[in-house]
Write a protein that binds this ligand. Structure first.
Ligand code: FAD
Length: 487
């Protein structure tokens, strides 16, 4: 097997690794992003509350505060350049008990210490004027106008596509299983072969400790802090337009209700400290806890309109907090760990910071490219288009006239484009996350058979090779009387 070479290898194609790859793609460098999963999009980065925070409640003076506060204003431009759904809906933090009300002045003072000056106290009347569905017994709250919502998966995919257009390579299905420093560089052993690199960035989220351990750096550990969610249908009669936040707890932001950029709502999440880094299962108790706690904020919430549940694992570091480190004995190694609860929000600023750190090392030169492509266009969305535009799309590609996912009105043309982009979708989840096919009310009951057929045809693989999310998640194991293998 030949050895691949790169100037910079980024381990981890989550929000952090991909944002960094896009930032670095401004320079004439060979950049390779490796991930053990079948797709870009990360692990925590695709299962979270999808909020772009302002940093109002970050620990003042911390690296996390600096990153989140700095990053928030960067989203308007990035989302415009890369065609990412992003809405500045604002948040209302709600106090329903006397103790919670007593916390409000402290949270306001924290916001000011974090230089988030636009947070203002709200009376119950002001809260109900904006959000009549909030609990009638609310005692007061805070209005945080720049808390925003995003599609976190599109955020990562859009940056990955743009980075790829600027020369970055993505190696998926490729787990890093060894890392050694030898004079002047690194040997990275992956399940798809060896790579040599001058610089290595460890952006492996939950596994940053395992990657650093290859270099015998063992002074921290990362464990999963599980968060469970319900997704509520668009048809739920809630009418809530702002993010409704509880008073935060010591270990998490508490259980919240947020609109999504796709018109439905998320409620969650629990904060459960676990040992097993692959505990992606929900529990009946956890999901019930979510409903009960969110009902204290918005009593109309019920599970009647829940269409799906999911879990996200926060990479909780001990010792706690963002830690971005370089090591004199390993010049060229940058470790980005402890990005636990705010990494989607902070990722753009972390990318700039990390880029600066790599420059400071003086190992590589960073000549700016003259032909950097700043923009990326999303896949034209049939569902959101006016009739005239729909006709235009069908003229351009007749597959726009074939609706594959009825709940979300996703067409064959969109699915085919999702497959053929770089890095493109290779499995059912990749399609789901790029164009929302299968994410609606019937949760792929209808299109769950049609999408694999398109994947099989477009990727030229047999139906038995089509997976939900990579090796080990094959969707079909054999034939029934009525099902013939299609090519
Ligand atoms: C329940 C929950 C709610 C959250 N809500 C929000 C929110 O609303 N707003 C916000 O800003 N943040 C939120 N966060 C935090 C945010 O999701 C994370 O901070 C962020 O996603 C971390 O990004 P990352 O790129 O560091 O990690 P990840 O997305 O986890 O990416 C790390 C990648 O490294 C890869 N990897 C690991 N080991 C290896 C290896 N050996 N070889 C190759 N690849 C490897 C993994 O496969 C993964 O793709 C939330 C998190 C959770 C779990």
């Amino acid at each position: 097997m030949s050895i691949a070479k790169a100037d910079v290898v980024i381990i981890g194609a989550g929000a952090v690794g991909v944002a960094l790859s896009r930032e670095l793609s401004r320079f004439a460098l060979d950049i390779l992003v490796v991930d053990r999963l079948n797709d870009v999009g990360g692990d925590a980065s695709k299962s979270n509350s999808a909020i772009i925070h302002t940093g109002f409640d970050a620990p003042p003076g911390s690296l996390e505060s600096a990153m989140v506060v700095h990053a928030n204003p960067m989203y308007d431009r990035l989302c415009c350049e890369l065609d990412v759904p992003f809405q500045r809906v604002g948040a209302i933090l709600v106090a329903v008990t006397e103790e919670e009300e007593a916390e409000l002045p402290h949270i306001l003072a924290k916001a000011r210490a974090n230089h988030v000056y636009d947070v203002t106290p709200f009376t119950p009347k002001q809260i109900h004027e904006l959000e009549p569905a909030v609990a009638p017994n609310v005692r007061g709250g805070l209005y945080i106008p720049r808390e925003s919502i995003i599609d976190p998966f599109t955020l990562v995919v859009a940056q990955a596509e743009n980075a790829a257009a600027n020369g970055v390579e993505f190696l998926r299905n490729s787990e890093v299983v060894g890392l050694k420093y030898t004079d002047g560089g690194f040997n990275i052993e992956t399940t798809q072969g060896a790579i040599q690199a001058r610089c290595v960035v460890n952006a492996a989220g939950l596994f940053t400790d395992a990657i650093s351990a290859f270099l015998d750096i063992r002074d921290f550990r990362v464990h999963p802090r599980r968060g469970q969610y319900h997704i509520l249908d668009r048809a739920a009669p809630l009418g809530v337009q702002h993010i409704i936040l509880p008073v935060p707890t010591k270990i998490s932001k508490g259980k919240l209700l947020t609109p999504s950029v796709h018109g439905n709502w998320l409620i969650g999440a629990t904060a459960e400290d676990l040992e097993n880094k692959s505990s992606h299962n929900t529990t009946a108790e956890g999901l019930e806890e979510v409903v009960q706690d969110v009902r204290k904020l918005v009593p109309a919430v019920t599970t009647e309109f829940a269409i799906a549940q999911y879990v996200g694992l926060r990479p909780a570091r001990t010792p706690d907090g963002y830690h971005f480190r370089t090591f004199a004995q390993f010049p060229g190694y940058l470790e980005l760990s402890g990005i636990r609860s705010t990494g989607i929000s902070a990722s753009l600023a972390i990318a700039r910071y990390a880029c600066g750190k790599l420059m400071e090392m003086g190992i590589l030169s960073f000549p700016l490219k003259e032909n950097f492509i700043a923009r990326r266009e999303g896949i034209p969305c049939f569902r959101d288009a006016e009739n005239e535009r729909r006709e235009e799309l069908i003229q351009q590609d007749p597959r726009y006239a074939h609706i594959v996912c009825r709940c979300e009105t996703v067409t064959e043309a969109e699915i085919v484009q999702a497959i053929h982009r770089t890095p493109g979708a290779r499995d059912l989840d990749g399609i789901k996350r790029r164009v929302r096919a299968g994410l609606g009310r019937c949760q792929a009951g209808f299109c769950g058979m049609r999408i694999p057929q398109i994947l099989s045809r477009e990727l030229n693989i047999s139906m038995k090779q089509v997976t939900k999310k990579g090796n080990g998640s094959e969707l079909f194991i054999g034939h029934t009387k009525s099902l013939r293998e299609t090519r």
